[in-house]
Design a protein around this ligand. Structure first.
Ligand code: NAD
Length: 354
């Protein structure tokens, strides 16, 4: 217990809910970092941790990141995150029972926390949670949800890339630009299609070569081996696979004018943002450009937005990035620092959802 206490004393969030899940021998942590702008929103992560304290720490850290992300996206939500820290990832009936116990806990919070999916949880799990509480977004189309957030995420990144190239040379025209998409998964494959339709030349890299090849064929692009990414000269490098790809070493070697993709936590070291700035490479802060999924599912399922409203909010990701870039240039700070400053301002505004 002293581990939990020590961790919580370092955290600036509002509420941490901790439940020992005797049935699995695991723990459930729900962290509400901020409800100032509205209910705390954020996914449910299911994971095996070395210790329960690591699970709590993840929920605390990720909930704070959600506050920043949702505030910069302009949504009337605060930041939250839930962690189901389990001894092993359950399946079948034990999984369903765990999800229902967790759903009852979410329901007991009376709408102050609203959940979606995260690592090791998907829309089928959200459908189970939905049986007990309406404070869920990202459930399946079959239950009236909006399904996978990959589509709106890809649309948001597309707008973000256009705003980024426009910041560099005044034109958001993509025709003739070389764009390398790393990760041909849910987001990367759809992004590649949007970019190709807008006339960009596409390069695709994926650990799974057949997946890269399939997407490259669809968009008339080329496959790049993942080991070649750092050596390949492009206008835009779009990381849509894993996080942690930019440290000070890779940031000093990457050969592109813009880094703009959906991957979460792209900066393995915060200083990598300064290295990119010093080299004149424009970095689109990940949580600003990848907010389309949250905007799409929250807008559709929780805010009752029409398709046009969702599309307008996705296009506004480009506007937000322009603000970030303007502030970064005016103040001589990295784009990551500029995004943080905007998030802090919005988080200290009076609640918009109250
Ligand atoms: P996905 O699992 O569908 O696809 C990821 C792809 O990346 C896979 O094809 C995988 O083989 C490939 N990959 C993994 N490691 C790689 C590497 N080192 N080099 C090249 N390819 C590699 O995932 P997704 O839903 O498309 O999400 C992509 C990224 O965007 C993730 O970081 C995710 O956290 C982030 N993100 C996704 C969403 C969303 O709505 N899906 C929203 C916000 C952020």
């Amino acid at each position: 217990m002293s581990d939990f206490q020590a961790l919580l004393e370092t955290w600036d969030g509002e509420t941490a809910v901790i439940r020992r899940d005797h049935e699995t021998g695991g723990w459930i942590f729900i962290c509400l970092h901020s409800t100032r702008r509205g209910p705390a929103g954020g996914g449910t992560r299911m994971k095996v941790y070395a210790s329960p304290a690591e699970g709590l720490n993840d929920a605390m850290r990720l909930s704070a990141a959600m506050s920043r992300k949702l505030a910069v996206a302009g949504l009337p939500f605060g930041g939250g995150k839930a962690v189901l820290a389990v001894p092993e990832i359950p399946s079948g009936e034990p999984r369903r029972e765990l999800l229902l116990r967790y759903a009852d806990l979410v329901a007991s919070l009376g709408g102050t926390y609203c959940t979606s999916s995260d690592m090791n949880t998907d829309e089928a799990d959200l459908d189970v949670i939905w049986e007990r509480t309406k404070y869920v977004f990202g459930r399946s189309v079959a239950t009236g949800g909006s399904g996978s957030p990959a589509r709106p995420t890809a649309v948001g990144v597309f707008h973000g890339i256009r705003a980024s190239v426009a910041h560099l040379d005044g034109s958001d025209e993509l025709r003739g630009r070389r764009i390398l998409v790393q990760g041909a998964g849910g987001v990367g494959s759809q992004l590649a299609e949007h970019l190709a339709r807008a006339g960009a030349s596409i390069l695709v890299a994926d650990l799974d070569q057949s997946r890269a090849q399939a997407v490259a064929s669809r968009v008339n692009g080329e496959v790049v081996h993942p080991d070649e990414i750092l050596h390949t000269e492009t206008d835009v490098y779009s990381p849509c696979a894993v996080g942690g790809i930019l440290d000070t070493d890779t940031a000093s070697r990457i050969r592109c004018a813009v880094v703009a993709g959906s991957a979460n936590n792209q900066l393995a070291q915060p200083e990598a943002a300064d290295v990119l700035t010093a080299r004149g490479i424009l970095y689109a802060p990940d949580y600003v450009i990848n907010a389309g999924g949250a905007i799409g599912v929250a807008g559709t399922e929780q805010l009752g937005w029409s398709e046009d409203q969702v599309n307008a909010a996705l296009a506004a990701i480009g506007e937000t990035l322009r603000d970030v870039y303007r502030r970064s240039a005016e103040q001589g700070i990295s784009t990551a620092a500029a995004a943080e400053a905007i998030a802090e301002e919005r988080l200290s505004e009076p609640g918009v959802g109250q």
